[in-house]
Design a binder for this molecule. Sequence first.
Ligand SMILES: Cc1cc2nc3c(=O)[nH]c(=O)nc-3n(C[C@H](O)[C@H](O)[C@H](O)COP(=O)(O)OP(=O)(O)OC[C@H]3O[C@@H](n4cnc5c(N)ncnc54)[C@H](O)[C@@H]3O)c2cc1C
Length: 510
Amino acid sequence: MGNSERFDAVIIGYGPVGATMAGLLARRGWQVAIIDRLPDIFPLPRAVRLDGETMRVFDELGIGDQVDADCQQARGAEFVDAKGKRIQGIDLPEDYVDPSGWVHSNMFYQPVLERTLRDDIEARANVTVLVSHEAGAPEQTDDSVTVDVSPVDGGETFTVEADYLIAADGAASPVRKSLGFAFQSLGYDCDWVVVDVDLKREVPSLAVITQQICDPKRRATYVPTVGLKRRWEFQLLVGEDKVEMAKEDKVWEMLAPWIGPDDAEIERSAGYQFHAAHADHWRDRRIFLAGDAAHQTPPFLGEGMVAGVRDAANLAWKLDMVKRGLAPEALLDTYQRERGPHAHDLVDHAVETGKLIDACADAQVTGNWPASYDAMYGGSRGLPHLHGGVLALSEEDPTDGLTGYQAPQAMVKIDGADPALLDRHVTGSFFIVSTEDLSSELSGEQKEFLDRIGAKRFVLGEGTCVTPQMDLHLAIHKALIVRPDRYIFGLANDTCSLSGQVNKLMSHFN
Ligand SMILES: Cc1cc2nc3c(=O)[nH]c(=O)nc-3n(C[C@H](O)[C@H](O)[C@H](O)COP(=O)(O)OP(=O)(O)OC[C@H]3O[C@@H](n4cnc5c(N)ncnc54)[C@H](O)[C@@H]3O)c2cc1C
């Protein structure tokens, strides 16, 4: 690479979030450089669970089927007491496809997922991958951002210049620190030891679903991941040391109620501080934070990487619209406005889930059971939705229960083609679905605008939806307007005309 080569985007951090960001920009034709100090994929798993929303993003990258094939469907999750008796939980039926059109909750092995992401990226001529390179603190002017990059083996430092920089550089984010953005703690800092094992054979006594084991002697999490892989996470007691407790003899002691060395090999054990935190700023002009650099969550909901993938999906289409001159710079301010509260809500939910584990464990000694189980698996606290930003509802409007939520997705038959997921007819752009042709409700200017931003229009008449995910909504509403990241921009119905909603959309592009 020559000195001062210019890219459309430079991404620091080739973890799952940086890789997703690179893929989403590259498939929009961007010239992307991605930098990581590590020589290769981090070889051990951290994240183990993803959801249907993540699968839609991976499907946009063209790797949905591959990732899905490598995953194993989660069959549920529960809180149990010290004797293994269920306190509350949720069981998922086999092959349960949720409104996203994908399996509701999938277990995966992170190194395999990252290999699939990287194989896709590295096959693209417009991505330059700089592994074994350390990125310095970025600098920016009005029209570009630069970063010095040094080979970790001591070669010559060179400069990479780009229109935008995305720091997906993990929880310790050197970029976040160099920008002076605070990382606010959200009230959960606790030491745990995480243990991944490979069973030598099936152990029938082990649960087939994830368990939060609320044992007053030691809280623990058990996760059946993929194949014969299993994970335990053990909360450390006051005075226990993370490094000591991750040693093999201690790990076998903690595993003893479930398995012994005859049953499994330890793949790894490591001490972690489970932390809840949120950066107070996610953008400084041409520089954006994404993934763990912007938010960090305790893992009780399996939502850390998933939230980072949402960041990438949210930011990619906005950057592209601005770079193509279709939308003003102000569109980029909606990135943190939308993603910040959503990520914050999920971190808060995970913290509440962690506190419930503690409360249920303590209750077995004190008899004081929690007053609310809302944040428990199967409880009433659901996924958050977007407020304000690029939505037909403003921050002050009450939610209509759909705007700002992920759009449902059905298998559809369009133009006589074989049934396919609707997303596959519309990669990375806005779309409008209706059951009737509503063209006559749109002015010439509105149609020209929709064409300019690449918005597609689908009329899903009788018999077109092969699976039922969208039926209910299309029976009530005339049309759904869906964003490139598959969030619902707005609805057309008897109280909101399609024309009025398109005008609201246009206002974000002026
Ligand atoms: C025990 C545990 C269980 C979890 N379970 C789940 C789960 O089930 N589901 C889920 O969604 N999430 C889960 N998570 C969270 C998930 O692992 C993280 O959110 C995710 O890996 C973050 O991805 P990232 O790409 O943002 O950052 P990272 O994966 O941390 O990647 C950052 C990269 O940046 C590189 N880097 C940093 N600074 C520089 C620099 N200056 N120059 C060059 N390179 C640099 C690093 O080398 C690193 O490769 C879990 C986490 C833990 C610890």
